[in-house]
Design a protein around this ligand. Structure first.
Ligand code: ACO
Length: 332
């Protein structure tokens, strides 16, 4: 058992200002607000401008998290950056962010990619780094400019996603504090690799909106029903296991934050784990699926709205391409 425990010191979020409603989609493709609302719960999403990079969104979110954590940029000693489609193949996004934030201490900067589960993968890695005693203040990012891979001619996938960035500063708990990671689980089921993918031919080239016009070549390939069923089953399994292992009942749990992919998935997971609706924090209607940004953004909003308080137990679970999955139970 480590003498160190992990604490969330600050959280931040960023959404681009451009709003695209379901009705806006209905103007450019054969879809409508009723279909999207009934199947997904999504009403609108944000999209970044062409010249607004993923790392720009991450910078906004990170500055907010640093301010809340009351830390200076050079207090950060590790940057973990989850991004599915980065701005550059190299250098990595974490190094770009180090520069944007003015961090001069030469701290390690590492990108990860576990798609929608990536923020929670990063959380578990950060927890291990803190518990090892080697690192103290870790900046964890989930930033996704999904509009870079969104084929706006494909109605079955394009309406699902939005752009956002979430940031969390994780640090050592001080003595006597109860903040801690109470349990975690990570996994990936590569037998369903093809049910959610973006072919490498697209990833290996500069992806632009113009290229995506030809969506037969450049698009997200998704079997929505396979993803739906596995998302529900796996997130529910992870959640129940984590609560069981920690000896925490659903009554004792304060908040449940599932990945914000789709309201129907969120509701189905909630029912499977018998979580009362009022404990589930949901914002998918405003932002759509922002992939790995969805959980840190929801966490930030839960804290900012005064729902989440120190000492609360929070269960978070995610699912995404891979098919990766993750869960973490924390005391805030
Ligand atoms: N507007 C109108 N009609 C549409 C649209 C649209 N935007 N998209 C698809 N349709 C049509 C289809 O063409 C189909 O028409 P048809 O019956 O004439 O062939 C009909 O709607 C039904 O399509 P289905 O794919 O069977 O619809 P389903 O009920 O499965 O809902 C959905 C689709 C919303 C994608 C659902 O499967 C889902 O949410 N899956 C999870 C996918 C997901 O969340 N992926 C995100 C990444 S992974 C993650 O974050 C967990």
């Amino acid at each position: 058992m480590s003498k160190y425990q992990t604490k969330i010191l600050g959280t931040g979020k960023y959404h681009p200002s451009k709003v695209m409603t379901n009705d806006d989609f209905a103007k450019i493709m054969d879809t409508n607000d009723q279909w999207i609302t009934e199947r997904t719960g999504i009403k609108e999403r944000r999209f970044a401008e062409k010249d607004e990079l993923n790392v720009d969104m991450a910078t906004h979110a990170a500055k907010m998290a640093l301010k809340e954590a009351n830390l200076q940029p050079d207090d950060i000693d590790f940057i973990l950056y989850q991004v599915t489609l980065p701005d550059y193949y190299f250098p990595n996004s974490a190094s770009n962010l180090q520069e944007k934030l003015g961090i001069t201490n030469k701290c390690p900067a590492l990108d990860i990619n576990a798609a929608c589960s990536g923020y929670l993968y990063g959380f578990v890695l950060a927890d291990s780094l803190i518990k090892s005693g080697l690192y103290k203040n870790i900046l964890l990012i989930g930033a996704e400019k999904t509009s870079n891979f969104n084929a706006f001619k494909d109605r079955s996938t394009s309406v699902l996603f939005g752009d956002a960035a979430g940031a969390t500063v994780l640090s050592r708990s001080s003595e006597g504090e109860s903040s801690a990671v109470l349990g975690s689980v990570l996994g990936s089921d590569s037998s369903k690799l093809d049910s959610l993918a973006m072919p490498n031919s697209a990833g290996a080239n500069e992806v632009t909106h113009e290229m995506l016009e030809n969506f037969e070549d450049k698009k997200v390939v998704m079997n929505g029903q396979v993803v739906f069923k596995n998302a529900v089953k796996t997130m529910a399994k992870h959640s129940l296991e984590l609560l069981d292992n920690a000896g925490i009942s659903m009554d004792e749990l304060s908040w449940f934050i599932p990945h914000q992919a789709n309201l129907r998935i969120i509701e189905a997971v909630g029912q499977m784990v018998k979580c009362p609706q009022e404990k589930v924090i949901v914002n998918v209607q405003k932002y759509a699926n922002t992939s790995s940004a969805s959980i840190p953004v929801t966490l930030n909003e839960g804290i900012a709205e005064g729902k989440i308080k120190r000492g609360d137990t929070i269960l978070m679970t995610a699912f995404g391409a891979g098919l990766t999955s993750a869960g973490i139970l924390i005391r805030y």
